[in-house]
Structure formats: C-alpha cells, structure tokens
Design a protein around this ligand. Structure first.
Ligand code: V07
Length: 256
C-alpha cells in the first residue's frame, strides 16, 4: 500500500521543479498531451465554455516554446476528438475556428522557430475553412527540421486502427503482402503516426485518468502523468515537473 502511495506522490502538482534540475540527456523525445479542463475552467470563472477554449489555445504557445528549449522532438496535442462532434453545435463551430485563429497568429513564429506542423485525423469531414488552414500550415512548414508539432484534429485511435487494418487487408487481398508478414511494425507503419516514434510520456490535465481514444497503440509502453491542473492553468513549470517525474521513473526501472 505504501508503495502504491509513493507512486502517486510524483503526480501531485506543486510546480516547483526548476528546469535546471532536469537531466538533459534523458528528455522524453515525444510528449503527447490531452489538453483537458477548458470548459471546467470557464465554468469555475462563470464564463462561457468557449472562453475556456480560447484561454487553452493561448497556453499552447508557452508549451511549444518550452518544448523547443528542452529539445523535445515531437509534441502531440489532442485538439479535437471524433467524439467532440457530439457537443453543442455552437461549441463545435467555435472549436473548429481555433486552428485558423491559432495559425493566423502563430504560423509566422512557428516558421521562425523551424517548427514543423502536422495534423493527424480526418481532414475530409472538417469544415473547408479549417481543412484549408491546416493544410496550408503543413505545406508551409514541411521542410522545417525543428520541433514536430503534431495536432490530433478530428482524431480517434480506434478509427485510426480500423483504417490501418483496412489498408493492410487490401494489401493482402491484392497480393502485395502475405498475412504471415503482418507484424507490429507493419501495423505501426499504417497508422497516422507512421514516421513518428511512439510517445515516451503522456500528460493529461484536469484530473481525468483515462485515454479517451487517444493513441491507444502508440502509448503501449509510455509513462503516464496525470494532474488536476486545468489546461488553461497549465504552465511550462508543469511540463518540467512531468518530465522530472518521468526521469525519476526511468531511473528506477532502468532505461528510457
Ligand atoms: C483547440 C485550444 C487548446 C485546448 C483544447 C481545445 C481547444 C489549437 C488548435 C490547432 C489545431 C490545429 C492546428 C493548429 C492549431 C486547436 C482545436 C481546438 C479544434 F493546425 N488549439 N485548438 N484546435 N483548443
């Protein structure tokens, strides 16, 4: 029981970890974040949910800057899930304007900082204005060699797996692949993260302890860090703390 509690101790957010206490040789290369708690943040302040989403968008810049500082290679952010379509129409409409808004403000800075923007998720069922804005960002930044900023937009992991299985089945059907040759690697290479390494660290804010259909296959061996902090209140210090906890665990279990 004591062991159980000591494991959870590391999850408490005191945001006191200074980044200089991190081991620079053991920074997670791929960090994935479920940015949860925007609506709750707004409710607590007596504001409409969309005010929480807007505030949550502002946090992304700070975290991207910090990820660059720390030399994280890939930052995956869960922006919009396939389940999010079930939200009220006005909220969905607002959410799907955020990619354009974000990119209008930030694309020049992201270019400046050599960031490569990627999207994983179904672009075909998004409003045209959203799909256009993100496609433009991907094209403009495709040759950048710095941080890969990978937005999960209209993404669902089971859907991703179904699509991958369909492609694999097609290759078997047409004879380009034998069913005996299907390996974990073959499946991985048919996912939307085909050329990305698996996340080393998953962060979820706002106190929910579940994956909600996010990168189920890719997170098989990742460390998880959960915090009660709501996404609009998340700072670079929380990211540092999550990485400090990740490093302690990696030392304990030997090898990253
Ligand atoms: C969204 C702000 C962050 C908190 C979580 C929900 C609301 C940035 C983007 C985005 C997406 C693609 C892209 C550039 C930016 C975004 C949605 C929601 C749907 F290429 N924030 N953000 N997209 N929120």
């Amino acid at each position: 029981m004591l062991e159980k509690f000591s494991k959870w101790k590391g999850n408490r957010s005191n945001h006191t970890t200074p980044s200089h206490s991190l081991d620079e040789s053991a920074i997670p290369k791929h960090v994935a974040i479920i940015m949860d708690g925007n609506g709750r943040w707004a409710k607590k302040k007596g504001l409409p949910r969309i005010a929480g989403h807007r505030e949550g968008m502002k946090v992304i810049n700070k975290i991207v800057r910090k990820a660059i500082d720390l030399k994280i290679e890939v930052l995956s952010l869960y922006a919009f899930s396939t389940e999010n379509w079930k939200r009220p129409r006005t909220e969905v409409d607002y959410l799907l304007k955020l990619p354009e808004r974000f990119l209008k403000l930030e694309l020049p800075n992201l270019m400046e900082e050599n960031v490569q923007v990627r999207i994983m998720g179904g672009l075909d069922t998004l409003p045209e204005h959203t799909a256009k804005a993100v496609t433009k960002a991907m094209e403009e930044t495709k040759d950048n060699t710095g941080l890969i900023l990978n937005f999960a937009l209209n993404y669902g992991s089971r859907y991703e797996l179904v699509e991958a299985m369909k492609q694999v089945a097609k290759e078997v059907e047409t004879g380009t692949l034998s069913s005996d040759a299907i390996t974990e690697d073959v499946i991985s290479r048919h996912l939307m993260t085909a050329d990305l390494r698996d996340p080393d660290l998953l962060i979820r804010t706002s106190g929910e302890i579940r994956l909600s259909n996010f990168m189920l296959w890719q997170l098989a061996y990742s460390e998880f860090w959960f915090t009660d902090v709501l996404w609009p209140d998340f700072t670079e210090h929380h990211l540092t703390e999550a990485i400090a906890v990740y490093q302690k665990r990696a030392r304990r279990y030997g090898g990253v």
